[in-house]
Write a protein that binds this ligand. Structure first.
Ligand code: HEM
Length: 406
């Protein structure tokens, strides 16, 4: 059934909602997207939003439905800026071509390998970073902990331990800026091209080493898979890993820490039973999804959420909204580690479900959060500088000034 079959009264509401969708500004989405999403979910769950140049899909059930039908809702978006910046990667392929590349990388990120191989290294990195500032009694945990922690862990997992973590952060940001460069800013293209070249060089060096000496890393897995990836395929996919595997654990660590520091009751629950930092991780991923929106494109005319979409329609799959859908989550704007439901979609769904979810859970939920709250006694938000959050395609804290007893 499409909207045309609805009653006159609700059609009128839909008209108003259509007007509303056309008034949405990117700046407002960036500041605080949640009130906008609430209105879209209610009145026009699949809405053409001119400012985003996409239909935004905001309801949980439509996001889940769409991920179950990748033959209709394709990840291989035409004229994708991601492809322009990174080349072809598994994230912009469908079917067997996607599966082949995913299967090659997957052994490096299995839960058992994460637990036995990567987690002890993640713990060492977290402790080293905290050693560097513990005596000071204050820090910006976003720039001094969450960012470097994510960069160092990712470098290790990928097989690029010789890369400077600061370079990795710069490259990651440059690639993400290029992926979102709808304004066609030549400076942004230049920066993303420079980053892409630097990554190619680092990956080529790693390939030379890992061909002769395999290890547990992603590059090694791709090289030595039963159906090995070519150097060009590895380069493209590594850009996607660097663009997508760094900012998300960083942002989630920032949001989860901020959530606990601003919800003393929830913090007390986690500190009383550190196993509950895993619940903190899941709830923070639901509350502020680090990847707030990703693209899909229809391969045929299809109806979704009461809207008839033409073939080739560009969609924005709004995880940040699906995770706050009141039809699935009671009191969705509240941060509540006791809610129990695990149906959040922060890691996506379907064939492209996040390959790094176990590494992210280990890094943030099992290492970073328990270690920060155990080692930094009396951890609290700074009383002079507020925490800022921003973004809608990617969303997280922009800073995290804190104090503790040195
Ligand atoms: C909290 C942290 C993370 C979040 C919230 C997250 C979220 C996501 C989401 C939503 C997708 C699906 C994107 C789409 O379908 O267009 C995805 C895919 C992916 N993620 Fe993550 N991610 C995180 C961390 C990581 C890490 C640490 C790695 C690598 C070590 C990683 C590697 C990947 C890869 C390779 C894909 C593509 C999988 C495919 O195309 O089959 N992610 N992630």
């Amino acid at each position: 059934m499409t909207r045309t079959a609805e009653t006159a009264e609700s059609a009128e509401t839909a008209d108003t909602a259509e007007d509303y969708a056309s008034t949405i500004q990117l700046r407002d989405l960036w500041e605080d997207p949640y009130p906008i999403y609430r209105r879209l979910r209610r009145h026009q769950p699949v809405a053409w939003v001119p400012a985003a140049n996409r239909y935004l899909v905001t309801r949980h059930k439509d996001v889940v439905h769409l991920e179950r039908h990748p033959e209709i809702f394709s990840a291989a978006e035409q004229e994708s800026l991601m492809i322009r910046v990174m080349g072809l990667t598994m994230l912009r392929k469908d079917g067997p071509a996607h599966l082949r590349e995913r299967k090659a990388a997957e052994p490096a990120l299995r839960p058992r390998i994460v637990k036995q191989h990567w987690m002890p290294a993640f713990q060492r990195i977290a402790d080293e970073l905290i050693d560097g500032f513990q005596e000071r009694g204050e820090a910006d945990l976003f720039s001094e902990f969450a960012g470097p922690m994510a960069a160092r862990c990712l470098a290790l997992v990928l097989g690029l331990p010789e890369v400077d973590p600061a370079d990795l952060q710069t490259w990651s940001q440059a690639l993400m800026d290029g992926t979102g460069n709808y304004a066609d800013d030549p400076v942004v293209w230049q920066r993303s091209e420079t980053a892409a070249h630097a990554i190619d060089e680092a990956v080529d060096t790693a390939i030379g080493r890992l061909r002769a000496h395999p290890d547990a890393s992603v590059i090694s897995a791709m090289l030595h898979a039963a159906d090995p990836l070519t150097p060009e395929e590895i380069r493209g996919n590594l850009k996607m890993f660097i663009g997508g595997g760094l900012n998300e654990p960083r942002d989630l660590a920032g949001v989860a820490t901020y959530a606990l520091l601003s919800h003393p009751g929830q913090r007390a629950l986690a500190e009383a039973d550190p196993a509950r930092f895993r619940d903190v991780f899941e709830e923070a991923a639901r509350w502020v999804a680090p990847i707030g929106m990703y693209p899909r494109q229809t391969t045929t005319e299809v109806e979704l959420g009461g809207t008839l979409l033409p073939a080739g329609a560009r969609l924005g799959v709004v995880l940040g909204s699906a995770n706050r859908d009141e039809d699935v989550f009671a009191d969705p704007d509240a941060f509540d580690i006791d809610r129990g439901e695990r149906s959040h979609v922060a890691f996506g769904g379907g064939p492209h479900f996040c390959l790094g979810s176990w590494a992210a859970r280990a890094q943030v939920g099992q290492v970073s959060l328990p270690t920060l709250f155990r080692r930094l006694k009396g951890l609290r938000l700074s009383d002079t500088e507020p925490v800022r959050l921003g973004g809608w395609v990617f969303r997280g804290t922009l800073n995290l000034p804190v104090r503790w007893e040195p």
